[in-house]
Design a protein around this ligand. Structure first.
Ligand SMILES: Cc1cc2nc3c(=O)[nH]c(=O)nc-3n(C[C@H](O)[C@H](O)[C@H](O)COP(=O)(O)OP(=O)(O)OC[C@H]3O[C@@H](n4cnc5c(N)ncnc54)[C@H](O)[C@@H]3O)c2cc1C
Ligand code: SF4
Length: 338
C-alpha cells in the first residue's frame, strides 16, 4: 500500500505552485493511467494533486480559425463534439479507435498526451527497465518485444508511445499550451514527446512543475481527405501494433499538402517531413505512396518479435494514403493476423 496525500487544486496557479513545492507529487486527471501505475507500484507519488476542478473543460474557437481544447475535456466529449467531427474528423477517428467507451469518458485530453508506455517490462517491477529505474537495463531488447519500437529507439529503451489521439494531433500540428512557475509557454506538438536516447525515463519536454492547460488546433483540419488506420490484435480495447494518420489537400487531382504520422512504432508519433514534402505536387498513386512508405521506413530496424511491424507499417501507410486520397476514410480499425 502506497502512502500518499490528496489535495484538490483551486485554480491553475494553485496547481502549479503545489507541484513546484513538491517534486514527488503528481497531478491526477481521469486517473486511468496514473492509478494503474500506482497499483502496480511503478509510480509512487507522495501526493496527488487533483486537477479535475480546474476550469479547463471548454472547447473554444480561436482568432486564427482553429480550436482551443481545454486539458480536462474528456476524450469522449472531444471525439463527439460537432466542431471536431466536422472540421477535424481525423482526430475524432483516432480517439474513437482507442481504449473503450468507459475509459474515454474518464480520460482527459492532457492525460492522454502523458500516458506512459505499455511496454510489458515497464509494468513488471521484478525486471530491469531503464524507463522505470534509470541505469537498471532494458529487458525488452532481448525479451518479448512484439509491441516495441522499430524506429527512433536507443540501446537504452525500445518502448513506444501508446496514444492514438497523439498520432492525429501530430498530423494536425497542434500546439500544447502549458503553465509553470515561470509563466505560460506553447510547445509545438512535434517537440512535445521525446525520443528515448540516454534518458528514457523522460517521456516529454514538459517540465515537472508545469501543467498542460490546453491543446490548440490550427484552422486546417484535412476534413475532406483524411484517414486513421489502426492495426491491433483485437478490434477493441487494444493498443496499436501500427497506426497511421494521414491528412491530404488535393488541388486539380494533385497533392498540394500532405501530412502523415505513425503510431505504435516509436517513442513518439513518427513523422518524416522529407517524405511529406516529396508527396507535394504528385498525382496520388500506389507507386507514389509505396515510395513514400519506403522513405518513412528507411532505417527501421526491429527485434526478435517485432520485425513484422516494418512490412505492416509499409502496407498500412499505402492503404491509409489511398483511403485519404479517395476521400474514403477508414471506418473501423483492423485486426492484425500476423
Ligand atoms: C485498459 C486500457 C486501454 C487503453 N487503450 C488505449 C488505446 O487503445 N489508445 C489510447 O490512446 N489510449 C488508451 N488507453 C490510455 C488512456 O487513453 C489514457 O490512460 C488516458 O488518456 C489518460 O488520461 P487521464 O486523464 O486518465 O490521465 P491520468 O491517469 O490522470 O494522468 C496520466 C498522467 O498525466 C499527468 N497529467 C494529467 N493531466 C495533466 C495535465 N493537465 N497537466 C500535466 N500533467 C497531467 C498525470 O500526472 C499522470 O502522470 C488505455 C487505457 C487503459 C487503462
Ligand atoms: S523498452 Fe524501455 S520501457 Fe521497455 S523495458 Fe526497455 S527501458 Fe523499459
Amino acid at each position: 500500500m502506497i502512502d500518499f496525500d490528496y489535495v484538490k487544486a483551486r485554480d491553475v496557479s494553485d496547481a502549479v505552485s503545489r507541484i513546484a513545492r513538491d517534486p514527488a507529487a503528481k497531478f491526477i486527471a481521469g486517473g486511468t493511467n496514473l492509478i494503474d501505475l500506482m497499483k502496480e507500484n511503478v509510480a509512487r507519488p507522495t501526493r496527488l494533486i487533483d486537477i479535475t476542478g480546474l476550469p479547463l473543460t471548454e472547447i473554444e474557437e480561436t482568432d486564427a480559425g482553429g480550436l482551443l481544447i481545454g486539458a480536462l475535456v474528456p476524450n469522449s466529449d472531444l471525439a463527439y463534439d460537432a466542431r471536431i467531427t466536422k472540421r477535424y474528423p481525423l482526430l475524432s477517428s483516432a480517439i474513437l479507435a482507442g481504449a473503450s467507451a468507459q475509459l474515454r469518458n474518464m480520460a482527459s485530453t492532457g492525460g492522454n498526451l502523458l500516458q506512459r508506455t505499455r511496454c510489458l517490462y515497464f509494468y513488471d517491477t521484478t525486471t530491469p527497465c531503464n524507463k522505470r529505474e534509470p541505469g537498471s537495463g532494458c529487458s525488452a531488447i532481448d525479451g518479448f518485444n512484439r509491441m516495441n519500437a522499430v524506429l527512433g529507439w536507443s540501446e537504452a529503451c525500445i518502448a513506444v508511445h501508446p496514444s492514438d489521439m497523439c498520432v492525429a494531433l501530430a498530423v494536425l500540428e497542434a500546439t500544447v499550451h502549458v503553465s509553470g512557475p515561470k509563466g505560460d509557454r506553447a510547445i509545438p506538438f512535434a517537440e512535445f514527446h521525446r525520443l528515448p536516447g540516454d534518458t528514457p525515463d523522460i517521456d516529454t519536454n514538459l517540465a515537472g512543475d508545469e501543467i498542460i492547460t490546453a491543446i490548440e488546433l490550427p484552422a486546417e483540419g484535412f476534413a475532406r481527405n483524411y484517414s486513421y488506420l489502426k492495426i491491433r490484435d483485437r478490434l477493441s480495447y487494444a493498443f496499436a501494433l501500427v497506426s497511421v494518420a494521414a491528412g491530404l489537400k488535393l488541388e486539380g487531382g494533385a497533392i498540394k499538402e500532405a501530412r502523415l504520422a505513425l503510431g505504435g512504432v516509436a517513442h513518439k508519433p513518427w513523422r518524416v517531413p522529407a517524405a511529406e514534402k516529396r508527396l507535394r505536387g504528385q498525382q496520388p498513386s500506389r507507386k507514389v505512396f509505396s515510395e513514400t512508405a519506403d522513405l518513412i521506413l528507411q532505417g527501421a530496424r526491429g527485434f526478435a518479435h517485432n520485425n513484422f511491424k516494418i512490412e505492416l507499417a509499409r502496407r498500412a501507410i499505402v492503404r491509409t494514403l489511398e483511403q485519404a486520397a479517395a476521400g474514403t476514410p477508414q471506418s473501423q480499425s483492423v485486426k492484425a493476423i500476423v
